[in-house]
Design a protein around this ligand. Structure first.
Ligand code: 13P
Ligand code: SF4
Length: 311
């Protein structure tokens, strides 16, 4: 699509959102042209806060399915629409509620902390939910004598063990996008760009994190924390180890600074399934409502509300 066609479609989307009284929320990994029509762009935690805070009756969620589902659970009186219901998440798919029930039965009395990248059914089996933005605070809020089952991301789990000093029992799931950012990618940049700060998402592979811990130019951050860090830092150059959609947001928020992807291949195909055309169709036709079975939603809400309450 040429620039004019994109701008025309964006105008149509904004007009339809006004007519419908809808708020558009977009994740930091969304396509640039989708981020640009959103009322709010942010990470999983920020989007949950925005969903809860909005006065709008309809939320159009530009992100993957578990994120829209989380908004639907937090806001049972609002209509949550997703432009493509097939926008999944390989990490969320790495554990089912049945697998979690079995795991819990092997560890009676343990506290279950689920990353937000999970289905509603898995959240309903959990005591706490967390995002990369508050995972550390959630773990630290749990009394030290409790065993914690942490799921589903093993790299985030290992990072949490390091920063909290707690021993966690960790599910062996991973995000294929972040696991694909290899230690060699980091190493290359460490030598080629000694003047740059390195921003690493905690879902990235364990080996790259271990190396990354070796110097004070490296920062393990959620996507929103990366934006905050880059805008507040006096530094000019940043290497970014996460999904490359974040580069658009970083460039918008910190114009004049330089942001480079550690791996150009770090693309989440699910996030990219949300296109401007699909956002337009969703708003025009009111389609792809995300709804969660009431019993599951009621059980999952407690864990999610605990997540939203812990900053
Ligand atoms: P954030 O919570 O940092 O936005 O990350 C979400 C996600 O899906 C990372 O892959
Ligand atoms: Fe899921 Fe990974 Fe995509 Fe994030 S980047 S939505 S964890 S598949």
């Amino acid at each position: 699509m040429n620039t004019f066609a994109v701008a025309t479609l964006q105008e149509e989307v904004r007009g339809l959102a006004r007519e419908r009284g809808a708020v558009i929320l977009a994740h930091n990994y969304q396509l640039p042209e989708v981020q640009d029509i959103a009322d709010y762009v942010g990470d999983s935690l920020g989007l949950s806060h925005q969903a809860q805070a909005t006065d709008a009756d309809t939320i159009v969620f530009c992100g993957v399915h578990f994120m829209a589902e989380t908004a639907a659970i937090l806001c049972p009186d609002k209509t949550v629409l997703i432009p493509d219901p097939d926008a999944g998440c390989s990490l969320a798919a790495s554990i089912t509620a049945e697998q979690l029930r079995h795991w819990k039965s092997q560890h009676p009395g343990a506290v279950v902390v689920s990353y937000v990248n999970t289905t509603a059914e898995v959240k309903a089996e959990s005591d706490y939910c967390c995002t990369s933005g508050n995972a550390r605070a959630v773990i630290e809020a749990i009394p030290a004598d409790h065993q914690i089952l942490f799921l589903p991301d093993m790299f985030l789990g290992v990072w949490l063990e390091r920063v909290t000093g707690r021993k966690l029992t960790i599910w062996l799931g991973e995000c294929h996008v972040h696991a694909g950012i290899r230690p060699a990618d980091i190493q290359l940049w460490q030598t080629e760009a000694p003047d740059a700060e390195l921003l690493v998402h905690p879902e990235c592979g364990c080996a790259s994190q271990c190396m990354a811990f070796g110097n004070d130019r490296t920062h393990i951050l959620s996507t929103e924390q990366m934006v905050r860090f880059a805008t507040q830092s006096p530094k000019q150059r940043f290497l970014v180890a996460t999904e490359i959609g974040i580069l658009h947001r970083l460039n918008q928020e910190a114009p004049g600074k330089t942001f480079e992807a550690v791996s150009e291949n770090a693309i989440c195909k699910y996030m990219k399934m949300i296109t401007l055309e699909k956002v337009r169709d969703t708003l025009r036709d009111g389609k792809h409502e995300v709804s969660v079975d009431k019993d599951i939603a009621d059980r999952a809400r407690l864990a999610i509300e605990r997540m939203v309450a812990i900053a």
